[in-house]
Design a protein around this ligand. Structure first.
Ligand code: 4UV
Length: 582
């Protein structure tokens, strides 16, 4: 059968053979400009303190950091070495990424809420040899290196770069802490040693070299290292710019975490490419969000669906002047067209009708660095509910059956699993030939695990998720990871996790079904309830907050499995639906 291949209707962008550092921060022939924009303009601003760094600062600090990484005798970074960033958003975060990349290193970005156990998986799997962390996360990092990996305290300290407490770049250690943690390398020490010269920069044919290693569970299993190359990133900036360019005069607000691909690319790298000033918050808080929009006259915001809900319906919104926003972009999880329209109406209520406001959506995944589809601004109303059209250079197929050798494409207008192909799709999962074989066809189609419809105009609609993933407020919660933790509970014999829809928030909630190892111990409803509650509490000591079992824990007699032992999640979803009916 001839495959039914859909191609982006945008002209293709040329593929570049340069590093993402050069792409964003090269000094132009017209001195005074960096990356094509005035060097002295602010590029990142800390929302709370108002401190900022200019494009020139960002370049200089990154080159100094790169030099320190390469030259410091305690590190001597070599090309391809992996550094793990374990930090909340800050003005220093772009310097970590761009400095490490300028030194030819790969950056793996970890959730700063990870427990030592979760961190250990990413640290060992990525092959990291260094951790950049903050004083708040230092304890978990040291616990992972000493308790988890069994290193001596001195060895553990040598693997940590302590990030600055503030933009004075000092570490924030008290005198006594400095004395007891003598082995730590501090960020400010690395900045003092010199500056990497232009010609030393990693570049040229190395465009296929891995730059970022974010973690994603893909369609199944544990989180895997996604090898995002320099060319993936340079292409992503060029293609997104054609559909959703922010303007140099924009002030973008970012509270999305920089460790997730959405924050890392759309919130950190892409704005540098667009000449935008980005105002950085460490996390979302509705009041802080409103105050920041008002204070900085924010013009563009990247959000996830629960924030669209808050904007649409929370009473506090009326107390603030949010009229500076012209772009509200939602992604990372489904959002209904009704809610998008409500958010728009709410924001328009206090404005003149002629004022421009676009409320639109994009779709993608860590593996696409990050987007494959964006809903163009001029269709945001007429096609509300669609995740948009294919970005430049992308191709798509919708597959109804690939169980045998013969792959069957859906008929026009019918749903199928979305397969995508394009130059911003990851090189592959790090050191994971089995996952790569399962996720890519031999001719490089990537199987997204999302079920999609395409209308005649080329607009795509996500209608279902075939893969195992649970999404809590846009964060990945891999069921296999929850199950792996649950079965280490002394009284749990088997476990399965699914996502259930929250009734009050626009998000899925992780829910676990567990089998008690001695059912006679929970023979009354009271004992069973107490056990379920204790399991939910126990999980809170094991996993990061977004993985808490907010959707509940339910004891069952047996986890439904196929003959091959695969958990039958559809059956559990049907069960949950019945259980949760009012
Ligand atoms: O791997 P991940 O956590 O990645 C993301 C990335 C989101 C994007 C998308 C477009 C951008 O421009 C951008 O900057 C960031 O979320 O999770 C990938 C899975 O999340 C679901 C879907 O199941 C993906 O496979 N998902 C992502 N976007 C949407 C979505 C959406 N708009 N509607 C429904 N599901």
């Amino acid at each position: 059968m001839t495959p039914r291949i859909y191609t982006s209707s945008y002209p293709s962008v040329p593929l570049l053979a340069r590093s993402i550092f050069t792409h964003l921060l090269s000094v132009g022939p017209n001195s005074g400009k960096i990356g094509g924009y005035p060097a002295q303009e602010k590029v990142f601003v800390d929302a709370a303190s108002g401190t900022s760094i200019t494009r020139q600062d960002l370049r200089t600090l990154s080159l100094k950091f790169a030099y320190g990484l390469k030259q410091d005798p305690r590190i001597k970074a070599k090309r391809g070495d992996v550094v793990l960033v374990y930090s909340p958003n800050s003005l220093a975060y772009p310097v970590y990424i761009l400095g490490a990349i300028a030194a030819g290193m790969r950056c793996t970005l970890a959730n700063n809420a990870y427990t030592a156990r979760e961190l250990q998986h990413q640290y060992t799997d990525s092959g990291a040899t260094l951790i950049i962390t903050t004083i708040e996360n230092l304890g978990a990092a040291l616990e992972m290196l000493t308790g988890g990996l069994g290193l001596s305290q001195a060895d553990a300290e040598r693997r940590i770069i302590l990030s600055p407490k503030s933009l004075t770049w000092a570490s924030g250690l008290t005198t006594s802490e400095s004395k007891s943690l003598r082995g730590l390398i501090t960020f400010d020490q690395l900045l003092e040693q010199g500056e990497l010269q232009n010609e030393e920069l990693f570049d040229g044919d190395d465009a296929q070299e891995t730059a970022l290693l974010c973690y994603s569970s893909g369609t199944t299993g544990q989180p895997k290292g996604v090898e995002t190359t320099h060319q993936n990133l340079t292409t992503a900036t060029e293609t997104i710019a054609l559909v959703l360019g922010y303007q140099p005069r924009d002030r973008l607000l970012i509270f999305l975490p920089f460790y997730h691909i959405y924050g890392a690319v759309s919130g950190l790298l892409f704005p540098i490419f667009c000449g935008t000033t980005t105002v950085v918050m460490p996390r979302f808080d509705l009041i802080d969000f409103c105050v920041t929009v008002e204070t900085y006259r924010i013009t563009a915001v990247l959000v996830v669906p629960p924030v669209v809900l808050a904007i649409a319906r929370h009473p506090v919104i009326d107390k603030y002047d949010l009229s500076s926003i012209w772009l509200l972009f939602s992604s990372a999880a489904p959002v209904s067209p009704t809610l998008m329209k409500e958010a728009k109406q709410r924001l328009m209520a206090k404005r003149k009708p002629e004022q421009i406001l676009h409320v639109t959506e994009g779709y993608g995944m860590t593996e696409c660095s990050p987007a494959s589809h964006i809903l163009p601004l001029d269709h945001a109303i007429s096609k509300a509910g669609s995740v948009g059209v294919l970005l430049p250079n992308y191709q798509a197929r919708l597959i109804v059956d690939d169980s045998d050798d013969a792959v069957l494409d859906a008929e026009e207008g019918k749903p199928g699993e979305l397969w995508v192909k394009g130059p911003s799709i990851m090189k592959g999962y790090l050191n994971n030939p089995i996952a790569n074989k399962d996720s890519f066809t031999s001719d490089r189609w990537y199987k997204t695990g999302d079920v999609c419809l395409r209308d005649q105009g080329g607009f795509y609609y996500i209608v279902d998720r075939k893969k195992e993933l649970i999404k809590y407020k846009g964060f990945q919660v891999p069921p296999a990871e929850l199950e792996g933790v649950l079965i280490t509970h002394p009284e749990i014999a088997d476990a399965a996790a699914i996502g259930v829809q929250s009734e009050t928030e626009v998000t899925e909630l992780p829910r676990a079904y567990v089998v008690h190892s001695q059912p006679s111990k929970i023979s009354t409803p009271e004992l069973r309830k107490a056990f379920e509650k204790s399991v939910a509490n126990w999980m809170e000591s094991k996993v990061a907050k977004h993985k808490y079992l907010r959707g509940g824990v339910v004891v069952i007699g047996e986890v439904p499995r196929s003959a091959a032992g695969k958990i039958l999640r559809r059956e559990l979803r049907a069960l949950a639906e019945m259980e949760m009916k009012p």
